[in-house]
Design a binder for this molecule. Structure first.
Ligand code: FES
Length: 77
């Protein structure tokens, strides 16, 4: 599956960059150019970084800092 359409970069390629040590979207961009054109893929790249434990996106870090990340989803009645 493509993550970055502008540069035809696949999810596997981004994960390869992460496995090789990339911990930020900028480092991913340096390795494979993903995220360097329109930027619409950067959130997906941040999510992949977060999934790998490399570095969660700024929104996830903020949510964790203010305690929103710890809250369970409401139960359906
Ligand atoms: S989709 Fe990645 S820079 Fe445009």
């Amino acid at each position: 599956m493509y993550v970055c359409m502008c540069h035809a970069v696949t999810e596997a390629r981004v994960k390869q960059e992460i496995d090789e040590g990339a911990t930020t979207p900028r480092q991913i961009a340096r390795g494979c150019k993903a995220g360097t054109d329109c930027g619409s893929c950067v959130r997906r790249i941040q999510a992949l970084l977060g999934e790998s434990g490399a570095r969660p996106c700024p929104t996830a870090r903020l949510a964790k800092r203010i305690g929103l990340a710890e809250q369970a989803a409401p139960q359906a009645a």
